[in-house]
Design a binder for this molecule. Structure first.
Ligand code: GLU
Length: 477
């Protein structure tokens, strides 16, 4: 029985999915192997003097594919970090970047640490030392390898990394482009924190623009009123849940966290739940919902859309058959194992795959990197010019109405909106929305037009492997 089979490791799981897709392509076995394997993984053990003694930490930076450089991918701080995991995540970065057309190869890093066990100044020293070890081997570098936040890291760590690199490379005018996800005052970009969650929202909006795709999941209509279960209310899950409930009319009927789940048929107030978690460290005790101790069991509850937004491997051979959601969108990396994927496909569940669904982060990282290299904020040159051209048109319309006594009046809301030139945040969101629409359509074309592709994950792999293969061929490989 399949449920007794050995579950492959995360990296094996990614390779199995890759193999399934590449078998449908006309790519030589040698090139298949070149694309699939991880080019290099650097392991570093370094000591930091803390609390009167030397503490040794283990960190990794894995480079999966250098068909384009720099390579890109986050740095994760977690006790679960190991070589298999960073290599799987680096491979996913290669496919993700190819799918959303960010001009990067794939990489990933990790530090085996529980950041909650350390004071801020201790974390800064650990981060700076890790950054030093990576930077001196060009594993942090604006044109070679550009890290970003991931689980357990955020703007604060990225600012330390950027500063550490700048101290080591005092004459590098592009030093700020050595890492993305920095705070606004340290060369960051508006909209990067929300980007992955916002991308999940744009991905779902695009999916629901295609009624035939929605029907394949056994659903109909729009996002409005859809029941959503979300696992993990970290940066990605929180923003996805917030935007889906506030902008799209979704009802968040369950939030799953490390200390259980909250259920509410009428829909949870995401801001209030997030605030509660910040204050209390978990969901337990939150008043306006039912608490369930066994959070993982809630993945199996009835809903329209299930959003795993935490760890890899949460939907596995042991629970896949009991998952009732007709539509899963993978906000996390690798939340569904290869075995579970097969079971869910068999059941007719539609899965919007990680390499597409959570690509909003790296997409906006790309914008940040371009901003750093161009040394100018998006919109700075055009904004007022755009506004003055709009004003010209409005003035002319109002003059015509007056001169010809037409009695036209533009509603103040329209006038205000139309006159406002786009700032950096609007431009970032527009670029992200366009990217998510374009990538979906590329996957969809393969999904619909090829008789041998019946799921979006395989379609996504086909698109990205095709692009990586083209890049290798163009290099003469
Ligand atoms: N860590 C994020 C991811 O898994 C973002 C990577 C990036 O921005 O480079 O996609």
């Amino acid at each position: 029985m399949i449920s007794h089979a050995r579950e492959p490791s995360f990296r094996e799981s990614v390779d199995l999915m890759f193999n399934r897709a590449v078998a449908l392509m006309d790519i030589s076995p040698g090139l298949q192997e070149k694309i699939r394997i991880c080019n290099a993984t650097y392991t570093v053990r370094f000591g930091v003097r803390l609390r009167g003694d030397i503490h040794t930490f283990t960190g990794y930076r894995s480079v999966h594919s250098e068909h384009m450089e720099p390579v890109k991918g986050g740095i994760r701080y977690s006790l679960g970090v190991n070589q298999d995991e960073v290599e799987a995540l680096a491979a996913l970065m290669t496919y993700k970047c190819a799918l959303v057309e960010t001009p990067f190869g794939g990489s990933k890093g990790g530090l085996c640490i529980d950041p909650r066990q350390y004071e801020e100044d201790e974390l800064e020293r650990i981060t700076r030392r890790f950054a030093y070890e990576l930077a001196k081997r060009d594993l942090i570098h604006p044109s070679q390898n550009v890290p970003a936040p991931d689980m357990g890291t955020g703007e604060r760590e990225m600012a330390w990394i950027a500063d550490q690199y700048a101290r080591m490379n005092t004459t590098d005018i592009n030093a700020k482009a050595c890492v993305t996800g920095k705070p606004a005052h340290a060369g960051g970009i508006q909209g990067r924190i929300e980007a992955t969650g916002r991308g999940v929202e744009y991905a779902l909006q695009e999916f629901f623009r295609h009624p035939q795709d929605v029907a394949r999941a056994g659903l109909s209509g729009t996002l409005d009123g859809k029941r959503v279960i979300i696992q993990g209310l970290g940066n990605v899950g929180y923003h996805a849940a917030k935007f889906l409930s506030e902008d799209d009319g979704c009802r968040i009927t369950a939030v799953i966290e490390h200390d259980g789940a909250l259920l509410s048929d009428k829909g949870l107030d995401i801001e209030a739940v997030r605030h509660w978690i910040m204050q209390n460290g978990g969901v337990k005790g939150y008043a306006d919902a039912t608490h369930v101790e066994d959070g993982a069991s809630v993945l199996e509850h009835e809903c329209d859309i299930l959003i795993p937004a935490a760890l890899e491997g949460v939907i596995h051979l042991g629970n896949a058959a009991r998952i009732k959601a007709p539509l899963i969108i993978e906000a996390a990396n690798g939340p569904v194992t290869a075995g579970a994927d097969a079971i869910l496909r068999e059941k007719g569940c539609v899965i919007i795959p990680d390499m597409y669904a959570n690509a909003g982060g790296v997409t906006v990282s790309y914008f940040e990197w371009v901003k750093n290299l161009s040394h100018i904020r998006f919109g700075r040159m055009q904004r007022r010019q755009e506004e003055s051209r709009h004003e010209l048109l409005i003035n002319e319309l109002e003059r015509l109405s007056r001169d010809r006594e037409l009695g036209w009046t533009l509603s103040p809301g329209f006038k205000q909106k139309y006159l406002r030139g786009a700032g950096e945040l609007e431009l970032v969101r527009s670029g992200l929305d366009d990217t998510m629409r374009g990538a979906y359509q590329a996957m969809q074309e393969v999904w619909h037009e090829r008789g041998d592709v019946d799921d979006l994950r395989t379609a996504a792999y086909l698109v990205s492997i095709g692009r990586v293969a083209a890049a290798y061929r163009a290099k003469g490989l």
